[in-house]
Design a protein around this ligand. Structure first.
Ligand code: R5P
Length: 281
């Protein structure tokens, strides 16, 4: 299966091709002076099997995913799989107020139709996937994060809230580390409170694991709570490191190490999601 990567997922696409022992199909992607995107797949795909990778964040990459869909599927490949390493807009899974857009479905449907399979990685709410496509499935890069952390002599793994504990606990178990969760309340878009909680963190090397780091508010508050509880060191790891605004700078000042995967490329992308995606394909 050959790999086609949009401009949000070039590095991950190259790593996936190595994992699959296949090749990256060249794609021409450029912008017109007014900012609109141009996409052209430079090889004939008829009868071939391809995996098309594109993270849909920020918005220009979402438009590219829509154009890649047309460029690839119009050539009638034998099998075509869409891989969205970071599926943006998946956090809104309900209409909380009348008249609100249901972004997970609206965006999902704009990109998902027509593929033989649709794979995404650590989507915030897996329950949105069947509403988008019966072929949509979620895989996890947390085992790859766990493998990276295994060399770090971590004593305690925590999730920032109770809701994410079932996602994070298996990583702690695989590492042979203790597990606990924090109690998080969101104050607004950037501010988060982590409630005081009896936590056995004194003198321990702690890893906080979350699916997404956006503004960094969650990790900053969690790191403070852990250091107040006596943690010797705090490492923060996530699958999708968006680091909006000045989050990267803010977090490097309060955690001892910051780790994300390459579903969104950044200076913190120390772990690759490619092996997890290769297994799923
Ligand atoms: C929310 O439920 C997610 O799991 C993350 O905790 C959240 O998206 C992180 O956002 P921020 O970095 O802005 O606190």
């Amino acid at each position: 299966m050959d790999v086609i990567a949009g401009s949000a997922s070039g590095l991950l696409g190259a790593r996936l091709a190595v994992e699959l022992n296949s090749k990256v199909v060249p794609v021409e992607i450029r912008r017109f002076p007014d900012g609109e995107a141009y996409v052209r797949v430079s090889e004939d795909l008829a009868g071939r099997e391809v995996a098309v990778l594109q993270t849909t964040w920020p918005d220009p990459h979402l438009v590219e995913a829509v154009l890649l869909r047309d460029a690839v599927l119009s050539q009638r490949p034998r099998r075509a799989v869409l891989v969205v390493p970071y599926f943006a807009y998946a956090r809104q899974d309900q209409r909380f107020k009348a008249g609100e857009a249901l972004s997970s479905q609206a965006v999902g449907r704009a990109i998902a139709e027509g593929w033989d399979d649709f794979i995404t990685v650590d989507v915030h709410e897996p329950a949105v996937l069947p509403q988008i496509s019966p072929r949509a499935r979620n895989i996890s890069a947390l085992p790859e994060i766990g493998r990276y952390l295994a060399g770090k002599r971590i004593d305690l793994v925590v999730s920032p809230d109770e809701g994410s504990q079932e996602r994070v606990r298996p990583v702690a178990e695989a590492m042979g580390a203790a597990f606990d969760h924090l109690v998080k309340t969101r104050v607004d878009g950037e501010r988060v409170e982590i409630a005081p909680k009896r936590l056995d963190a004194r003198g321990k090397r702690v890893a906080i694991i979350d699916d997404i780091i956006s503004t960094g508010g969650t990790i900053a508050a969690a790191s403070k709570a852990l250091k107040d509880a006596g943690a010797a060191s705090v490492l923060a790891a996530c699958t999708h490191g968006l680091f909006a605004g000045g989050a990267m700078k803010k977090l490097t000042a309060v955690v001892d190490e910051l780790v994300s995967t390459d579903t969104v490329e950044s200076a913190a992308s120390r772990v690759s999601a490619a092996p997890a995606i290769a297994r799923a394909l």
